[in-house]
Ligand binder design. Sequence first.
Ligand SMILES: Cc1cc2nc3c(=O)[nH]c(=O)nc-3n(C[C@H](O)[C@H](O)[C@H](O)COP(=O)(O)OP(=O)(O)OC[C@H]3O[C@@H](n4cnc5c(N)ncnc54)[C@H](O)[C@@H]3O)c2cc1C
Length: 512
Amino acid sequence: MVQLVWFKRDLRIADHAPLARAAECGPVLPLIIVEPEYWQLPETSYRHYIFWRDSARELIDSGLPAAVRVGAVTDVFDQLHRDYGIDGIWSHEETGNRWTYERDKDVAAWCKKVGVTWTEVPQFGVFRGKVDRNRWAKRWEAFMAEPAHQAPERMRTVDAPSDPWPEPQALDLAHDGAVRLQPGGRTHGLDVLESFFRSGRGADYRRAMSSPLDGADACSRLSPYLAYGCLSMREVVQAAYAERRIVADTEPHARMITTQSLDSFIARLHWHCHFIQKLESEPEIEYRDLHPAFREARVDGFGHPHYEAFAAGMTGFPFIDACMRSLIATGWINFRMRAMLTAFASYHLWLDWRASGTRLAQLFTDYEPGIHWSQTQMQSGSTAINTPRIYNPVKQSHDQDPSGVFIRRWVPELCGLSGRALHEPWTLSPSQAAEFGVELGKTYPERIIDHEKAARAARERLTALRRTEGFSKEQRAIFLKHGSRKSSRHTPKQGRAWKKRKPSDSQLEMDV
Ligand SMILES: Cc1cc2nc3c(=O)[nH]c(=O)nc-3n(C[C@H](O)[C@H](O)[C@H](O)COP(=O)(O)OP(=O)(O)OC[C@H]3O[C@@H](n4cnc5c(N)ncnc54)[C@H](O)[C@@H]3O)c2cc1C
């Protein structure tokens, strides 16, 4: 009989509670399952698979004799039960999408049928069952303060034969334009963490994180390593607190990162779980507008010409297209640009967030359903408890890329332009544009909307939605269930006053 440890999005040995606990109960069969049906989902992509597969391969190369099997989980379990006899199944809790939730229900039913106990252990500060949001932050701190689980020193393992790793094409995963992705695996994850603290690149974190140019270096870049569990959230939180103590004792001129940067970073680690908790508590966030007033509001999506232009980085707005194309090539873009892209699709183009969110999920190497869908709804306004933020794509362009370096890098067909024309090529006459080798509609698209008119139309639509009967009552119920207790600014008790306040630049203040 074996203890089967099922590795999902937790590709590490360190701080792996299911492995540590299973090893105390008997011989362990570590298992990684490639589920072809999962890789057919619209939001999964080539780049996700490559990162996950490379991380899993490195885990095996590091000495974990895991079996790799391809198929539906319950079929794989059936086979292994026949061959080895499964005494217990161990895994981390997963707050995944609807598909993984249904799959886990099938697994639970299978375990019940054959009389095997499946023990799931939390890996994030995300809690199952009824959660009191007023106590959530304390529970999170307590969870992160627990000692990390040591990798089992002596572990009896069972070697089971593996299937060959499927090539992406065998899973119908076509190459998706990625040219410079972050490499998978724990070794890279640890290097990224170390360099964030110690190389100086995190020194200007708070300022530089908003820029699509500087953010790529100044942000921690830990997101895919957290999303696929190459590093545990607890070990990153504990490392950040330890680094903070070291930095506080270091002379300011010798610091490679500031305590302020570390505080901002730690706050974001908190948000990671805060957002996943929303999906855990309300799985419908993935596919249904939180506020009922928004449920019929946006109908256009996949296949609509505006969606196609957005998805390809061909909207005619140079900065929007540069962000999208950079994301297609690298699999990452900073928070502010993710928020802007989502808001542009949801407000200016008035597209269904399920379509634009699916496209962005495919492109983010770090796709984490709990953060992704909660943020997508938040930036689309359909939570109704967040200040609607309609970014002006032209202002963002001038503010975040004043010299046009980012646009020229990703939209080379405009590289002959400079100044205002680079940000707003439609302001040139056709003959002026032709002087710089640009022909709108031919060498680069005409802008697909007038952004000022579109923003006005979006504001009018939002106002009309907010006037619908029962809007405030629903809004308050949503706040009580999902709102962060860090700030009471947006408590819907304050009625409509919140909409008049100037939106803040801080992520935290948007985080309600
Ligand atoms: C529409 C939208 C979709 C998003 N989808 C994802 C996603 O699928 N996966 C994902 O990891 N992040 C997502 N984010 C949050 C955020 O943009 C990324 O976590 C961040 O840009 C990743 O880069 P980093 O690791 O360098 O972050 P850092 O700024 O260095 O932050 C450190 C870590 O904190 C967490 N974090 C940071 N910002 C946030 C935030 N606003 N909300 C929740 N957690 C945060 C992440 O785990 C991140 O790795 C999304 C944001 C938006 C607006």
